[in-house]
Design a protein around this ligand. Structure first.
Ligand SMILES: Cc1cc2nc3c(=O)[nH]c(=O)nc-3n(C[C@H](O)[C@H](O)[C@H](O)COP(=O)(O)O)c2cc1C
Length: 225
């Protein structure tokens, strides 16, 4: 696949088929991800792959906790992904994304129960057979977020090269303590996000729907003279 095609065909997949991800494809994706650039070649990332029973156990615990059916509580965030006070144009884009997804699924804007159910699907990895958790040392600095971001994008684009789809999931960050315990992750490591990976159910409404993008004229200025 051409790089541009891989980039343009990537989208967040929120319904996967149950077909397994071939081991060699997964290893190629991870090897490609590790080729990401990083400041001073620090390669600050770590990846925890969950499949089978390990994945199911984490799903069950996150779901029980999110539904209040467990003494395990969601954890305080380890970092702020979003501002406390949203502002334009980001607020409008955020709203459009939420509304677009719910509309595609036939969920009314005020239907909190159904919206909640859709949110909970995060914790089933949207049915994907493979889940990844991406971490890095909390002793590193802000620049490391850039390095890890590029690493994550390599996974998302690399997956397209294998005919696979992905969904980045910050939703998992509120369960970092449980995930840390389950996977024996060093307390030094900060959970950046989860990623679901598998073959897309291409006809599912949530996968047919697409987010849009601002034209490049909104965020590029060319200076030639
Ligand atoms: C780091 C990261 C975390 C994300 N977390 C979630 C999440 O928890 N749940 C979800 O449904 N989508 C999540 N998304 C998907 C974004 O909503 C999505 O990338 C954005 O709306 C643009 O749509 P697209 O990926 O389909 O182009 C996340 C994306 C990224 C990059």
């Amino acid at each position: 696949m051409q790089v541009h095609d891989a980039i343009m065909s990537r989208h967040s997949c929120r319904r996967f088929k149950h077909d397994p991800v071939p081991e060699d494809a997964l290893r190629r994706i991870l090897t490609g991800a590790g080729q990401a650039p990083s400041g001073h070649n620090t390669q600050p990332w770590k990846v925890y792959v969950v499949r089978g029973e390990a994945k199911d156990r984490i799903s069950e615990k996150a779901l029980a906790s999110a539904q209040g059916a467990s003494s395990l509580k969601a954890s305080d965030p380890e970092f702020d992904y979003y501002p406390t006070d949203w502002f334009e144009p980001y607020l409008a884009r955020r709203r459009a994304t939420g509304f677009g997804l719910y509309e595609a699924l036939g969920i009314g804007r005020d239907d909190k129960a159904e919206r909640g159910q859709q949110m909970l699907r995060n914790f089933k990895f949207f049915d994907a057979p493979v889940g990844l958790f991406i971490t890095f040392s909390r002793r590193m600095s802000v620049g490391t977020f850039m390095d890890v971001g590029m690493f994550i994008e390599n996974i998302l684009i690399g997956a397209r090269g294998e005919g696979l789809h992905t969904c980045g999931q910050v939703a998992w960050c509120s369960h970092h303590q449980m995930i840390r315990e389950e996977l024996n992750i060093d307390p030094d490591q900060l959970l950046a996000c989860g990623i679901s990976i598998g073959y897309a159910d291409e006809n599912a409404p949530e996968n047919v729907w697409r987010t849009d993008r601002a034209d490049i004229s909104e965020w590029v200025t060319f200076h030639d003279e």
